[in-house]
Design a protein around this ligand. Structure first.
Ligand SMILES: [Cu+2]
Length: 335
């Protein structure tokens, strides 16, 4: 039996629906600029919806007018009425409307950069990950972390941003606007999260082969949870428990991972890659590339370059499965 012929129209519809599904499959509500988990995001969402509403109203009005004069009221217009329509509708109205929008939009910019309430988070963009330092008010040394931003709700947190070698852009859509990160020049912004939750940030400036894999989790926590978390984050790494984890720690030392990675409380003090002191307590691995299950750690170490093109970490594909499991157990235990 031959398959039922499909009409071109049905085919188009199906293709359209398929394409829409594909686009929607990319949706991650945690990374929506319309979610507004914070004060700044909410202000930008209002701006967006106002502009959207304005655009829809104008579109309907203009098409309505067009329909009216071409189908309903097809008498010839006087030249002076036509002139007034062009001057009023084509020049004065858009100038006034766009002017108001411009002033309103620009007026929001200083708010996005207002001073914080005490906590400063320094973020340096690297290829392709985020070096993160927490500076509570009056601190003499930072608490170093990576690839995750945690912040207390109800407090305005100041971000100081820069970059090691390329231009990147720091963006947590649900919390606020984006800000470029330049090598050798510090930029600033501030964010006030309101709703506790896990949001997603993403580099918003094309920076090379793994740009799309340069993301992070942003966790807005109650102030009490945040204080407890920061205190734990400031502490040294947990000592490996159990034979497998200890074997993993030995492999970590033998393979020279410490040349690039710091694990506080051990002899490993490398600064080329992310601080791994509490890597097991993070929500993602490789700047949002993988999860943090045991398999993810093993996969990362063995297939780094496949997972992230041009990554600045060598691949350890000479390790056998037992060694990889041991290493992964050690890393996962670094909570
Ligand atoms: Cu980028």
């Amino acid at each position: 039996m031959s398959p039922r012929p499909v009409s071109t129209r049905a085919l188009r519809l199906r293709l359209g629906a398929g394409a829409l599904l594909l686009v929607l499959a990319g949706c991650d509500y945690r990374q929506s600029a319309l979610l507004s988990g914070g004060e700044d995001g909410a202000a930008l969402a209002v701006l967006f919806f106002t502009m959207l509403t304005g655009a829809v109203v104008l579109w309907i009005a203009l098409n309505g007018l067009f329909f009216f004069v071409t189908r309903v009221h097809t008498v010839k217009m006087s030249a002076s009425l036509a002139n007034w329509l062009i001057i009023g509708g084509g020049l004065v109205l858009p100038t006034v409307l766009l002017g108001v929008l411009l002033v309103w939009g620009l007026g929001m910019l200083p708010d996005q950069r207002q001073a914080g309430d005490g906590l400063t988070i320094r973020v340096t963009a690297e290829q392709w990950w985020w070096r993160v330092e927490y500076w509570p008010e009056g601190a003499e040394a930072p608490v170093t972390s990576a690839n995750e931003i945690r912040l207390p709700v109800g407090e305005r947190v100041e971000f100081r941003l820069d970059s090691k070698s390329f231009i990147h852009s720091f963006w947590i859509p649900a919390l606020g606007g984006k800000m470029d990160m330049f090598p050798g020049r510090e930029t600033r912004m501030s964010l006030k999260a309101v709703e506790p939750g896990v949001y997603r940030g993403q580099c918003a400036e094309f920076c090379g082969a793994s740009h799309a894999w340069m993301a992070f989790e942003a966790v807005a926590m109650t102030p009490e949870d945040f204080t407890a978390w920061l205190e734990a984050e400031a502490g040294d790494a947990a000592t490996p428990e159990g034979e497998v984890a200890q074997a993993g720690a030995a492999i970590f030392a033998r393979e020279g991972c410490g040349a690039c990675h710091t694990v506080r409380g051990t002899q490993h003090v490398g600064r080329v890659g992310p601080d791994l002191t509490h890597v097991g307590g993070r929500l993602s691995l490789g700047a949002g590339r993988l999860g943090v299950r045991l398999e993810d750690f093993a996969l990362w170490v063995k297939h780094t370059g496949d997972l992230k093109p041009e990554v600045e970490m060598p691949e350890y594909d000479h390790l056998d499965d037992g060694e990889l499991t041991a290493l992964a157990t050690y890393l996962e235990g670094l909570e």
